[in-house]
Design a protein around this ligand. Structure first.
Ligand SMILES: [Zn+2]
Length: 356
C-alpha cells in the first residue's frame, strides 16, 4: 500500500527536505507511527503527550479535514493522499524552533499561529528600564515581540536591584538600557533590541517613537510622563501607562482619540514636593513587578486584538489590602492635547510645565 504524504516546510527538516514522502498504514495513526520509524521525530510533531493531534496541526485525507472524518482513526487506502498542515494560515512561515518556543501560547485559540506572527511583527518602545520596564521587557521578549526599544539614561546602581530585576550585580555602573538588552538577547534571539541610553526630550522623542507601534511608559518622573503622553497623542500611538509608589499602583491604556489620555485624567502634575518619589517614600519591589506585568499583558492583548483593554479605565491596585479597583475615566473635551480644541499642538518644555 502506498500513501502519498505532503509535508509542510517546518517538518521538512525531518524528511531530508522532501515535501512529499511515501508511507503506509491502515489509518492515520498507523501511518504516522510508521513514518516515525523512517523519519524519527515526526510523530511528536503531530501528536501531543496525550496522543491527540496537536491543536496547531491539521491533517487532511484527499483534501478533507480528518476532524470531519474519523480523526486519527480515519481509514486509508492505496493511493490516498495525506496533507499535514500546521494551523498557521495566511502565509505564516514560523520556523520550527519558533513553533516549539511559542507552542504554549500558540495552542491558545486567542493566539494561534496568526497571533504569534502579529507579536513577531510588533514594535514596542519601553520608556524606562527600571521597576516597571524590567518585568515588562522580560515578558514581551519571551512572548516574541519582534522589536523592543529600550530608553533609559541612567546607569545601574545597587539600590536598583531590589526591584529592577533585569539588572544583575555585574551590571552595576552599566547603562540600564544596555544591561537590559543583554538579558533580552539571552532570552530570545528572535527579538531585535534597540537601546537609547539617553533622556527623552521634546527634541528627540518624535524621531524615536516613529519607529514603534506602541509605547510603554515605565518612567519615574512627571516631565517624562507628560512628554510621552503628548508625543503619543500627537502621533496617534497607543500608550500603556503605569505608576507606582509604596504599596500602590495605577495603570491605564491610552488609545489616542478613542479614550482619555494622561492629561484627561491629570490635567496638571502635582506641585513639586507634594507627591514623594519612590526614592523618597519607598516602593515594594513586587508592586513594580505586578504593574509592569499589567502593562505587558495590555500590550499583548492589543497586538492580538483580544479581550478588553484598560481604555477608559484606571486600574488602581493596593498590595496591603490586595485589591484591584477599576475606575471609569472619560476623555475630557477640554483636554489641552486631545480635547476638541487643543491648546497644545506641539511638544512643549516639560521641565517648565512641571515647575522643575
Ligand atoms: Zn486628553
Amino acid at each position: 500500500m502506498s500513501i502519498k504524504v505532503r509535508v509542510p516546510t517546518p517538518l521538512q527538516k525531518l524528511t531530508g527536505n522532501q515535501s512529499e514522502i511515501d508511507g503506509d498504514g491502515k489509518n492515520i495513526r498507523e501511518l504516522i507511527e510508521n513514518l516515525d520509524k523512517k523519519y524519527p521525530g515526526i510523530k511528536e510533531r503531530i501528536f501531543d503527550e496525550t496522543g491527540n493531534v496537536r491543536r496547531f496541526i491539521n491533517l487532511f485525507v484527499n483534501d478533507t479535514d480528518i476532524r470531519f472524518l474519523q480523526g486519527d482513526k480515519t481509514e486509508l487506502k492505496d493511493g490516498d493522499e495525506v496533507s499535514i498542515i500546521p494551523a498557521i494560515a495566511g502565509g505564516s512561515d514560523l520556523r520550527e524552533d519558533q513553533i516549539e518556543r511559542y507552542s504554549r501560547q500558540i495552542i491558545l485559540p486567542e493566539v494561534g499561529g496568526i497571533g504569534q506572527k502579529k507579536l513577531l511583527n510588533a514594535r514596542v518602545l519601553i520608556v524606562g528600564c527600571g521597576g516597571l520596564g524590567s518585568p515588562c521587557a522580560y515578558y514581551l521578549a519571551a512572548a516574541g515581540i519582534g522589536k523592543i526599544g529600550l530608553v533609559d539614561s541612567d546607569r545601574v546602581e545597587l539600590n536598583n536591584l531590589q526591584r529592577q530585576i533585569i539588572h544583575f550585580m555585574k551590571d552595576i555602573g552599566k547603562h540600564k538600557a544596555e544591561s537590559a538588552k543583554e538579558k533580552l538577547n539571552l532570552i530570545n534571539p528572535d527579538v531585535e533590541v534597540i537601546t537609547y541610553p539617553i533622556r527623552l526630550t521634546s527634541l528627540n522623542i518624535m524621531e524615536i517613537i516613529k519607529e514603534y507601534d506602541v509605547v510603554v511608559d515605565g518612567s519615574d518622573n512627571f516631565p517624562t510622563r507628560y512628554l510621552v503622553n503628548d508625543a503619543c497623542v500627537l502621533s496617534g500611538k497607543p500608550l500603556f501607562h503605569a505608576g507606582i509608589l509604596k504599596f500602590d499602583g495605577q495603570a491605564t491604556t491610552i488609545i489616542p482619540r478613542e479614550g482619555p489620555c494622561y492629561r484627561c485624567i491629570f490635567p496638571e502634575p502635582p506641585p513639586p514636593g507634594t507627591v514623594p518619589s519612590c526614592q523618597e517614600a519607598g516602593i515594594l519591589g513586587v508592586v513594580a513587578g505586578i504593574l509592569g506585568l499589567i502593562q505587558s499583558t495590555e500590550v499583548l492583548k492589543f497586538f492580538l486584538g483580544k479581550g478588553e483593554l484598560l481604555k477608559g479605565k484606571l486600574l488602581v491596585f493596593n498590595a496591603l489590602e490586595m485589591n484591584f479597583r477599576k475606575l471609569n475615566i472619560q476623555r475630557n473635551n477640554n483636554c489641552a492635547i486631545c480635547g476638541d480644541k487643543p491648546t497644545i499642538k506641539e511638544l512643549i518644555d516639560y521641565e517648565q510645565f512641571c515647575r522643575i
